[in-house]
Unconditional design. Structure first.
Lengths: 356, 356
DNA sequence: TTGTAAGCGTTATCAG
DNA sequence: CTGATAACGCTTACAA
């Protein structure tokens, strides 16, 4: 009835190996100053007894606070980032007893200099790990390398920084995301033909390039009935909300048989309004499939009212959990399992949206 | 900005409230035998200091093993259950330090008597919580009520048991799942018309009824171009693999314009072969949208080779994590947050399947 | 190179 | 009703 499942403790290990608790601890944590023979004895005892460390007790004894720094963009993908920030705070609140402290900084215009300054000033020894969501630029790369050089764990978030020394990338496989978008638009499209429009934030950003690559692959594989038009870049539009509207109107006047739109970046209010107008005014356009990225209040609304047909999203809960897990195990040197860090690619239709 | 992040402990509370540790503990755990005035003083101190219990320390001090019992079906949805079993074992192994022990039993033919016997014999005081995946039948209901009557936490898994006293249901919203299937098939379908076929395991089971309901709703809302044919019930087929093949052949001979199939239950090997044959032999059928439930090796393969267009799935990781969390907080009486227990409804195309 | 002993924050078992 | 005090399993000075 009682605890038939009593797990061995380091006391059992110590007895079995004929050493003291301290020595067992040294071996278990790969600390220096133990004879090889002794290490072997302890390891053998671990095997024999099937010892598994009680991390609750460990973290209690250590009672060390972990400080992680999150650097997020501030100027775009706004809803996505706001939501991410909110969830980070929630996570911290929920996990307060895990001895976790998160600092969240927003890079105003993502000025590389700002990030670099933060990284060099703040990080030194108050921070145990950094998660960074930034475009792939040389200054950002340098900043990451700088952090890593100090032995601080670093994770590239959402957008990879493969040319840097970041420890991990945590985000979705963007090529697969692009493929998914294309599949939704083409496989499931009425006439298996027509022109496809891709609208993006910044045409040359890594995430967009990868998504676009995946998108094109599937369009090519699937059928020859589709043509992909030149990318429309929101970045090049001015502040005037009318600008995107005019640009799209122009495109739709020129190419009447546009059968699908892939918004490969975030969906802003102007673009949303514009797409809504498109779908609602011309009956012919109602058949048009429109797919965008990231579930936000705006995209939820767009799904709800039929402006969008599907949203491809990365799961923020998983994003945060994976990031913290990875940073923590990196810090603990526990060299534990590092589960695949690719996030699931969620597809949401109006019918399977999670509650807000 | 130093380590001001030292959280208050019960020692601080005791000092603040002018009582002993033991009393603080009694208050924090709603134990009897404390004067109301004292309770108030402690509660006030909690507010003032912003105390949050350190669960690591608590579980260390308690060092109590939790035993949970999982009862799963054995005879059908086989791949889904095998996978679930595997993951449960994995979870237990990973969470060993959480003092968790899982017992997994498979009800051979889901004989209600077997389940009832287990429940009455085994449960008494060796088990702290039960998760049960079973059809909604009176014997199962009685078994659940029997467990609950002994004050043991109970969760209905995958398929709800609303007429019982189970504490929670953890699974997807099946009406929404049915809606999602219909949306995939109709909104995205070539001609916005044709006949739709629904194939299920057991026509009268709760999960099917709910999915079917959602499916019909969307078909009705979306357009009048679709007709839903009478449900095909796999349960009624004999053991002969040819039987389903003949049944479908007959249907397709009679109704030539079937434009979509919704497999609202698990996809077995026979049905998969049959659908594959359908899609591959008649060019006309290639346009047909086929959607099934649950990501398994078989459905993965079917997505891969184009037999299936989409799979609707419940996330097993979430299923397990939520279940254990709910059972644990129920046992701890911590009356904590009980996050919404509705699982996300995953949609997988061949392009966004997670790695196996 | 190894051992001893004092905590970490909570819970549990006693006495008062 | 309330208060000491000893665990719980592990880490970490400090000794040896």
């Amino acid at each position: 009835m009682k605890d038939l499942f009593i797990k061995p403790t380091i006391n059992d290990l110590a007895r079995e190996a004929g050493v003291s608790l301290a020595t067992v601890d040294r071996v278990m944590n790969n600390r220096p100053g133990v004879r090889d023979a002794t290490i072997m004895r302890v390891r053998h005892a671990v095997e024999k007894l099937g010892y598994v460390r009680n991390t609750a007790a460990a973290s209690l004894a250590r009672s060390r606070f972990l400080h992680f720094l999150f650097i997020l963009p501030d100027h775009r993908d706004d809803a996505f980032c706001l939501e991410l920030t909110r969830r980070l705070h929630d996570y911290e609140a929920t996990m307060i007893w895990q001895c976790l402290h998160l600092t969240i900084l927003k890079a105003p215009n993502f000025e590389p200099q700002t990030i670099k300054k933060w990284v060099t000033d703040i990080v030194p020894d108050r921070i145990d790990g950094v998660a960074l969501f930034a475009p792939e630029t040389p200054p950002v790369r340098d900043a990451i390398d700088h952090i890593r050089a100090r032995g601080i764990a670093t994770v590239a978030l959402v957008s990879d920084q493969p040319s840097s020394t970041r420890d991990y990338f945590i985000g979705i496989d963007n090529v697969a995301a692009g493929r998914t978008a294309a599949r939704l638009i083409t496989r499931f499209h009425p006439h298996r033909q027509g022109r496809l429009l891709v609208i993006t934030g910044a045409r040359l950003e890594r995430n967009h390039l990868e998504r676009r690559f995946g998108f094109d692959c599937v369009v090519r594989e699937t059928s020859s009935g589709f043509t992909v038009l030149p990318t429309v870049e929101m970045k090049r539009m001015g502040k005037d909300p009318q600008e995107i509207h005019k640009a799209l109107a122009h495109i739709f006047r020129r190419d009447r048989d546009i059968s699908g739109i892939y918004v490969s970046g975030g969906l802003g209010p102007d673009l949303a309004a514009c797409l809504r107008h498109l779908k609602q005014t011309h009956a012919h356009h109602r058949k048009m499939m429109i797919v965008a990225h990231e579930l936000t209040p705006l995209s939820r609304q767009a799904l709800e009212d039929g402006t969008l047909d599907a949203v491809i999203s990365q799961n923020q809960e998983d994003l945060i959990r994976n990031t913290i897990d990875v940073l923590r195990t990196k810090v603990d040197e526990t060299s534990a399992h590092l589960a695949d860090n690719h996030l699931r690619i969620d597809i949401f239709l109006k019918d399977n949206m999670p509650l807000p």
